[in-house]
Design a protein around this ligand. Structure first.
Ligand code: NAI
Ligand code: DG6
Length: 536
């Protein structure tokens, strides 16, 4: 998974009338098939098959891509830069287990595969790395930079993080020390008070409009200085408290821009970064749980046809939860409670030991089983069922108890311990308890997600589409919708198009992504039917 590169022109060539390889890109026709379901007067479900045809155009020139991290001096930020440099310069290092080579293990794009089809001779499935599906930037090629309110150089920041082996740090230090984070926006009220002693690298003044202009200029200058075609701006800074949603302040794009002009208290640093990226036409990803994307920010992205995605990296405990909860519910077993504890000792844990910042994390960690529960009214009574039973109007349906506890234990550093109990109802009143204990370096889980988010966000900015009506002309190609919910696999609380359902199920998120990548080369999703193995 380290530095394997597809040959120029790509590894895959689809031989079909639906797929056209042009000089500048790949044009592919894809028919999206579904079903409309309507309850008739007798209470019977009437199902009507639907289909819509689309054309996708993927620009194949990847160009030079920048990755600007907000919070670059933190554990994730330093590990991203270190991983990129170690892979780029092929630096191996000694550990107590022997020599270790750099790699991108944990990256969906670089280290996982997708089934493309079947070898007609052997009848075996053929798998390819996701990175070979379409032209994507290689993570070694990212030009990395960013901001931090802590001004220590990257070698010292990496040492402070205590994530990577000493022998690797020793070899990376000469490269890392060349880079010092750019000053950032610091509004102390948004992150924990215990972070104040880090804040020695801040943009002066309290004028939020000036801060916005400053960040916009940083992005422009970075792009120009490094001759970049695209710049992904990604928040991996401390978790902020939630901003209050105030009508007239952050509810519409216009109000939000005015609130920045008047330096309103409820505009957070992360929202200013998001607005700066949107106004510069660069994708912005929020890797933390706070509500950076206030309604006005989403509206602004829509107006500018800019790309945004969030919230909160889904690295370990929540990833497992979004698989296990779905497994239980899909097995017809009823989770009654899910109790999650974790303790960790890094600076993220220190910041989260403050109540308001913990609350942001609690919200994002708590929503992850909602869609699985809502999908099974056999096990979980709906609001309508409960209202009918009790006569009292109920807004929410039945739901397992779900608690989330996080404690800061400095001694364990970046090595997070996550303990989960799943308590479920079985046949005839039986009970099942499952316990999971997970231990690993948090930043080594988050770093590959950051690469994946940036690689896929860059790809999605190069994809345009148009609908092909059955009768009449297809219109102009246009960019995808602003909220990149196709990145949900990597995110705990996926932001989706307003009014559409959030999908938390990891498998469904993965299928959606695989299917989309296939659609862009004109392939139908093969699924797991494998009909040839079921018939004579
Ligand atoms: P960290 O505390 O080591 O790094 C955060 C960095 O952000 C610090 O260097 C801090 O000085 C800087 N910072 C704070 N406010 C800033 C601002 N306004 N502008 C620029 N820099 C600022 O934390 P870590 O472990 O790197 O995590 C980063 C974020 O990612 C946290 O919000 C965390 O909750 C989130 N996250 C981390 C996951 C993981 O597995 N490591 C998973 C999910 C989310
Ligand atoms: C403790 O919960 C710290 C957090 O930042 C988490 O480590 C992070 O959100 C990852 O959580 P999860 O549930 O995806 O492993």
């Amino acid at each position: 998974p380290s530095a394997r590169r597809a040959p120029a022109g790509g590894l895959i060539k689809v031989d079909s009338d639906n797929t056209l390889y042009e000089d500048g890109g790949i044009k592919a026709r894809y028919t999206d098939r579904g079903a409309d379901v309507v309850k008739d007067a007798d209470g019977r479900l009437k199902v009507t098959k639907t289909e819509k045809t689309f054309e996708f155009y993927t620009k194949s020139n990847v160009g030079r891509v920048g990755l600007m991290l907000v919070g670059i001096g933190g554990n994730n930020g330093t590990t991203v830069m270190a991983t990129n440099l170690a892979n780029k310069h092929n630096i191996s290092w000694h550990t107590k287990n022997g020599e270790q080579q750099p790699n991108y293990i944990g990256s969906l794009v670089r280290a996982s595969t997708v089934a493309l089809g079947t070898d007609p001779e052997t009848g075996k499935q053929v798998y390819v790395p996701i990175s070979d599906m379409l032209p994507m930037v290689h993570p070694n090629d990212f030009v990395i930079g960013g901001w931090d309110i802590s001004g220590v150089s990257m070698d010292k920041a990496m040492a402070r993080g205590k994530v990577l082996d000493y022998d690797l740090q020793r070899q990376l230090a000469p490269y890392m020390k060349e880079y010092k984070p750019m000053p950032s926006i610091y509004y102390p009220d948004f992150i924990a008070a215990n972070q104040a002693d880090r804040a020695d690298n801040v943009i002066p003044g309290e004028d939020k409009q000036a801060h916005l202009e400053h960040i916009r200029k940083d992005i422009r200058d970075f792009k120009a200085a490094n001759q970049l075609d695209n710049v992904i701006v990604l928040w991996t800074a401390n978790t902020e408290r939630y901003a209050d949603i105030i009508p007239g302040i952050n509810d519409t794009a216009e109000n939000l821009l005015n609130a920045i002009k008047t330096s309103h208290d409820e505009v957070s640093p992360s929202t200013i970064f998001a607005v700066a990226a949107i106004l510069e036409g660069m994708p912005f990803i929020n890797g933390s749980p706070q509500n950076t994307f206030v309604p006005g920010c989403i509206e602004l992205a829509e107006q500018k046809k800019a790309f945004i995605s969030g919230d909160d990296f889904k690295s370990g405990q929540t990833k497992v939860k979004s698989v296990l909860a779905e497994f239980l519910v899909n097995a017809g077993i009823k989770p009654l409670s899910i109790s999650s504890y974790n303790h960790l000792g890094n600076n993220d844990g220190k910041n989260l030991s403050s109540a308001k910042q913990f609350r942001s994390k609690e919200i994002s960690k708590s929503s992850v089983v909602d869609d699985m529960v809502a999908a099974n009214p056999v096990l979980f009574k709906t609001a309508a069922d409960l209202t009918e039973e009790t006569g009292v109007v109920t807004k929410k349906g039945e739901h397992p108890d779900h608690i989330v506890v996080i404690k800061h234990v400095p001694a364990v550093g970046d090595s997070k311990r996550a303990i989960d109990e799943y308590y479920s109802e079985l046949l005839m009143g039986g009970r099942n308890v499952m316990n999971i204990f997970n231990e690993c370096e948090d930043s080594l889980l988050a770093t590959p997600l950051i690469f994946d988010l940036a690689i896929l966000a860059d790809l999605l900015t190069r994809v345009t589409y148009r609908e092909v009506p059955k009768a009449g002309e297809a219109g102009e190609f246009q960019p995808l919708y602003s909220v990149l919910s196709l990145l949900s696999y990597m995110l705990k609380a996926p932001l989706v198009k307003p009014g559409t359902d959030v999908v938390n199920s990891l498998n469904r998120q993965r299928n959606a992504l695989d299917q989309f990548l296939k659609a862009c080369i004109g392939l139908e999703h093969q699924g797991d039917l494998l009909l040839e193995t079921r018939v004579w």
